[in-house]
Ligand binder design. Structure first.
Ligand code: MTE
Ligand code: MO
Length: 199
């Protein structure tokens, strides 16, 4: 006997199942920035992957927009406990960018205009798990949310999704970023509630 109507199991999980422990759902989009919003000019914008030998792989804005684009539909979870479900983005998969970059590195450090940094294992940026996005909810990404382009790594707490990203450094040794140096968890899996060091 089933209390579910036919087809129920084929639908998305109920919203509460999509909330990691200790999170609440929000409909608006809070802005969380550790500093001022940098002015980033599209004429001089570049995105660079620096491999572990120092080799630089760089894209200008037109080159970046020429790459195959994806439209991730994802839930995002901030360590300050808000989660926003069903967000829509447009951008380039890290798989596409890393295609051009031969590497044996195990770690990555994202670096933003303005100096913000955040680290993660390189495997958390591959296999369809991360993008450099430039549109949100049908519009160009607003400057306060990281426009012209930000990293999106939705399976980790949102501090890993560096706004105004300009560089990803591939590293043999892990290197802590801004919040990781300030006592936040080095990995930050919301489903394991890895908020702070030692969680
Ligand atoms: N460059 C940069 N990226 C950043 C931050 C920041 O302060 N600077 N804050 C992080 C944190 S803690 C969160 S929760 C999200 C917030 O993104 P939003 O302001 O678009 O909600 O961006 C992350 N990326
Ligand atoms: Mo955050």
């Amino acid at each position: 006997m089933s209390v579910f109507s036919p087809g129920f199991r084929g639908h998305a999980r109920p919203a509460d199942d999509r909330l990691p422990p200790g999170q609440y759902r929000t409909e608006d989009f809070p802005v969380l920035s550790a500093g001022p919003t940098p002015r980033v000019d599209l004429d001089t914008w570049t995105f660079t992957i620096v491999d572990e030998t120092g080799g630089r792989h760089r894209w200008t804005w037109p080159e970046f927009l020429d790459l195959p684009q994806s439209s991730p539909h994802v839930d995002i979870h901030c360590v300050t406990r808000w989660s926003k479900l069903d967000t829509d983005w447009v951008g380039v998969s890290l798989d596409t960018l890393l295609d051009r970059v031969p590497t044996q590195a195990d770690y990555a450090l994202a670096v933003s205009y303005g100096g913000y940094t955040t680290n993660m294992p390189l495997e958390d940026l591959t296999d369809g798990k991360a993008w450099i996005v430039h549109r949100f909810d049908g519009r160009d990404l607003a400057p306060e949310h990281g426009g012209p382009a930000r990293l999106l790594v939705p399976h980790l707490y949102f501090w890993k999704s560096a706004k105004w990203v300009t560089e990803i450094r591939l590293l043999d040794e892990d290197e802590a970023g801004f919040w990781e140096n300030a006592g936040y968890h080095e990995y930050g899996d919301p489903w394991r509630e890895q908020r702070y060091q030692g969680d």
